[in-house]
Design a protein around this ligand. Structure first.
Ligand SMILES: Cc1ncc(C[n+]2csc(CCOP(=O)(O)OP(=O)(O)O)c2C)c(N)n1
Ligand SMILES: CC(=O)[C@@H](O)[C@H](O)COP(=O)(O)O
Ligand SMILES: [Mg+2]
Length: 595
């Protein structure tokens, strides 16, 4: 297929000059363009394919960028990027120094609001619409496009509640494909299914009941119908809600058939859609799978064990337990705040809840961790997946703040396993019952240990590990940073190596004070290495310890600097943060040369 239409569109004004009867051909070209690039460059696929017609219709009918368009999550905005001046650089999507996989204000005037975390679009677009009113701009339109899984989150409900009493010019478009990453859940999903199946049934319409004008449900792939509806709604004042039914993965048969797998499928054959299998034979397991398998195994020994995920059963591998023990493992939808307090409630009633949340999404539930869990000292077991630098999702998704924002919370134990065996053992230790809540943070992807299904061992709370002893410099790491340091050490000479100790702190809280006294008493310099922000994280904890005990030993903090780290592969990002093996080896050599 040639891109004869797509190649003429350098921004939406070019699109608006096309006659409407060419838009369906354009949709086919745009869909093919997305498939061809994502097939080799990877990224999110199904969501963008599902909104191709909507994307064209929005930019055709509305006067973007003057009219403001906000995409929720933003993983479906590839078509939007391609039509708004980024066609020729779309092959850099999610790569180091390339464009972001999400809308980003610094990237384009068409990206009105940065996203990545879900359910923000209605609030943001309502804010813009209210601002337009206050500024006397009456002809500007504001549109939020939100998915059926994202609209079920608390924040979206809060925004709808406000929208219903506002006279702002806001159009909320619900892109309802009945799936998030995994199938959508909950009573709202059931309600949406009912109104799709029986559009004329007499149950009160929730949206209308909130005083918001409702249209739909209509077929979101029917371009002429979409154009007609948007043209009509555009002329109306006040808040409106348009309910679209779409198919995630539309236009690529395999993506339509296996919507979970094709949310972000990795590499695939652009013609057939067939996945290009990764050769994983002999590779160590992913941290998430060790979590999923171990928690399921533990649940088999103890029927008080429960587990919760806010909308990430596949990503967290909790789907393993959900299959085996469907009565004790719950997907609560995109509802991180609820997930945390639900776990607190279960802990209060004597259950042993494992609450698995991606580190970055726990940011949503900070107050719940403090107010509902830690303050009441309820022994919830937080399993924080995707901690540290996650790679291509970039700044919105790196789990780099957790150590800093959790460290200041009383009662909370904080542990980072350096490998999957430690992860397995801490899950076991926590399942036996702790006196306090615990946060266990572990990274995206695979570790280095293949043999992981060993008999369980109890981990002593607050106890670090001495990995090697030297006499001049103490390296202190947490979590899988131990391996970056081990790789750096392999680059030292024998003589240099003798001067270096390596300590794995393991517990950021409570600190292993005995080990830390040894660190400060027996070395002339300390280097801390963490895959979290340096301000407030493990390095800061050691500085506080040193100050409290009057140690004057210089401490050098290595970690994520005070800037947002963008997207790229994890190795590239380690390099940027200077916590890769080369940077660490260089730092060590320079320091040793001065001693
Ligand atoms: C706060 C938050 N929690 C979880 C996620 C992970 N996540 C990304 S997309 C997605 C599903 C979104 O589903 P939906 O809104 O229906 O959009 P679709 O993918 O179907 O277009 C989830 C759970 C997120 N981005 N933000
Ligand atoms: C858009 C979004 O938030 C998710 O799709 C996220 O990209 C998943 O990340 P993982 O690939 O690490 O599960
Ligand atoms: Mg959806």
């Amino acid at each position: 297929m040639s891109n004869s239409l797509l190649n003429t569109i350098n921004d939406p004004s070019d699109l608006r000059s096309l006659p409407p009867d060419q838009l369906e051909d354009l949709a086919a070209e745009l869909r093919r363009f997305i498939i061809d690039i994502v097939a080799t460059k990877e990224g999110h696929l199904g969501a963008s394919l599902g909104v191709v017609e909507l994307t064209i219709a929005l930019h055709y009918i509305f006067n973007t960028p003057d009219d403001k368009l906000v995409w929720d999550v933003g993983h479906q905005a590839y078509g939007h990027k391609i039509l708004t001046g980024r066609r020729d650089i779309f092959d850099t999507n999610r790569q180091l120094d390339g464009i972001s996989g999400f809308p980003k204000r610094s990237e384009s005037i068409y990206d009105t609001f940065g996203t990545g975390h879900s359910s923000t679009s209605i609030s943001a677009a309502l804010g813009m619409a209210m601002a337009s009113k206050m500024q006397g701009i009456s002809d500007r339109r504001h549109i939020a496009v939100i998915g059926d899984a994202s609209i079920a989150a608390g924040m979206a409900f809060e925004a709808l509640n406000h929208t219903g009493v506002s006279d702002a010019n806001l159009l909320i478009i619900l892109n309802d494909n009945a799936i998030g990453i995994d199938p959508s859940v909950g009573a709202l999903k059931n309600y949406l299914t009912r109104i799709k199946e029986y559009p004329n049934h007499r149950a009160p319409n929730i949206i209308k009941a909130l005083n918001i004008d409702y249209t739909g449900p209509i077929d979101g792939h029917d371009l002429p119908l979409l154009l007609k509806e948007l043209e009509r709604i555009k002329k109306l004042e006040g808040p409106h809600f348009l309910h679209l039914i779409t198919t995630k993965g539309k236009g690529l048969k395999k993506a339509e058939e296996d919507q979970v797998r094709y949310h972000a499928p990795g590499r695939f054959d652009a013609r057939t859609g067939k996945l290009i299998p990764e050769n994983t034979e002999g590779l160590p397991p992913r941290f998430q799978d060790v979590f999923g398998k171990t928690v399921t195994e533990l649940a088999g020994y103890n029927d008080k064990i429960t587990a919760i995920t806010p909308a990430m059963p596949t990503g967290s591998s909790l789907n393993i337990m959900m299959k085996t023990y469907p009565d004790r493992a719950f997907d609560v939808g995109i509802a991180e705040q609820h997930a945390v307090t639900l776990a607190a409630g279960m802990a209060e009633s004597g259950m042993i809840p494992f609450c698995n949340i991606y580190s970055t999404f726990l940011q949503r539930a900070y107050d719940q961790v403090i107010h509902d869990v830690a303050l009441q000292d309820l022994p919830v077991i937080f399993c924080l997946d995707r901690a540290g630098l996650v790679g291509h999702d970039g700044a919105t998704h790196h789990g780099i703040f957790d150590l800093a924002f959790l460290r200041c919370i009383p009662n909370l134990i904080i542990f980072a396993p350096r490998n999957v065996v430690e992860l397995r053992n801490i899950l076991y230790t926590a399942s036996k019952g702790l006196a306090h809540p615990i946060a266990i943070r572990y990274p995206r992807g695979r570790g280095r240990i293949t043999e992981w299904e060993k008999p369980f061992n109890t981990i002593a709370i607050g106890k670090g590990d001495i990995l090697r002893k030297g006499n001049k410099i103490a390296l202190v790491t947490i979590g899988n940073m131990a391996y970056n340091v081990q790789d750096a050490l392999s680059q030292l000479t024998k003589e240099e190596l003798q001067a270096v100790s390596h300590y794995d702190l393991r517990f950021l809280k409570p600190l292993d004070t005995k080990m830390l006294h040894e660190v400060f008493l027996e070395h002339r310099a300390v280097i801390t290495v963490e895959d979290g922000v340096v301000h407030g994280g493990m390095g800061s904890a050691l500085l506080e310890f040193a100050a409290e005990h009057g140690y004057k030993t210089p401490v050098f903090l290595k970690g994520i600097p005070d800037t947002f780290i963008e997207h790229g592969n994890v190795k590239e990002l380690f390099r940027i943060a200077e916590i890769d093996e080369m940077s660490l080896a260089q730092e060590l050599k320079q320091l040793l040369a001065k001693m």
